[in-house]
Design a binder for this molecule. Sequence first.
Ligand code: NAP
Length: 377
Amino acid sequence: MNRKGVAVLGSTGSIGTTALRVLGRQRERFRVAALTANKNDALLRQQAAEFAPSFVGMADLGNRGDDSWRRGTECLIEAATRDDVDIVVNAIVGAAGLDATLAGLESGKRVALANKETLVIAGDLVNEACARGSGELVPVDSEHSAILQCIAGHPRSQVRRVVLTASGGPFRGWSRERLAAATVKDALAHPTWSMGRKVTIDSATLANKALEVIEAHFLFGLPYDAISVVVHPQSVVHSFVEFIDGSVVAQLSVPSMELPVLYALTHPDRVEDTGAPAFDPVALSPLTYEPVNHELFPALGLGIAAGRAGGSAPAVFNAANEVAVAAFLGERISFPEIPRAISSALAKLSGLPGKTREELLGADASARRHVSETFKC
Ligand SMILES: NC(=O)c1ccc[n+]([C@@H]2O[C@H](COP(=O)([O-])OP(=O)(O)OC[C@H]3O[C@@H](n4cnc5c(N)ncnc54)[C@H](OP(=O)(O)O)[C@@H]3O)[C@@H](O)[C@H]2O)c1
């Protein structure tokens, strides 16, 4: 079998290591051609020894690493555009993943996208890069993978709406008073998923679901009115798709990112794999649903409003959130200050121009500055 070459960008993170577990089981189909990380040279060295990629890169210049490794942020683009790479798994966290997605798509690769921030900052540019370079974008996020699997070849005109599920995070059911005193440890204790720190905090504020609504808008060409969110604490149903005849199709699995990662590599095919935990509907029952509490978790509404506003607003939302989350993780602001920081940045900056990459990155930089200065973090 002709093996496909895979670049894993952000290979040392939660999704990156999950992708390498999947690729380790699928060596007959895939060859790891490139690996990149930011700072974690010890883990990258281990991964390079195990998978023997032809390219290894570290985005951060201040690491030790190996003499043969490439250094600096350009290494992400190099990894994403190499001739021996067919599929780029973008598992970088935050805005740092944007240029690699664009470059991979422009050079005709399949980009298996975990880095949802890419689509939030520059969804139109990503879709244009896809069309120009004949690249292909396939989601890794479990909700979007579920939608892709449910739609299964039906034209967009037959989809009435989609419903993304949200676990509700660790603070589901908390009071406003308790939330005001929430600690980093509380926020990192996610009830159903084990993930990187930034996305775990995003799940606690529900900013993650806002990023996913915007992601769904760009991935599936759906208007915002056709995308809704329901809290589903068990995280077993990953999304619902309602068709125009009223039929609703859902995709289910025990929560594990191995399945959506594998599907992003093999779509539209399915291959034999042993990664997904056994599915037992009785053991997983009951499956429950409840509405989002927008008063306690305003980040979701703020993000959807930013998506609807378009232009630079989603980039401002994302950048303000990134700075506020880092400040919360560093214990410089409180949990409720995260949505306050986002709201303040959107009120001040969402009218900035936001068509080109430069304008969007300018809005991103202004939002970062605004939050750091206003919240002294
Ligand atoms: N984790 C999940 O289950 C999950 C599920 C769905 C979607 N996602 C999305 O997937 C993406 C990755 O999430 P994660 O949880 O895997 O994050 P993570 O565990 O924090 O890993 C992030 C990866 O990106 C690298 N990185 C960080 N900053 C970088 C920079 N400036 N330049 C280049 N590389 C950089 C890190 O390298 P070092 O280790 O060297 O710092 C690491 O390899 C996020 O967009 C997240 O929203 C995650």
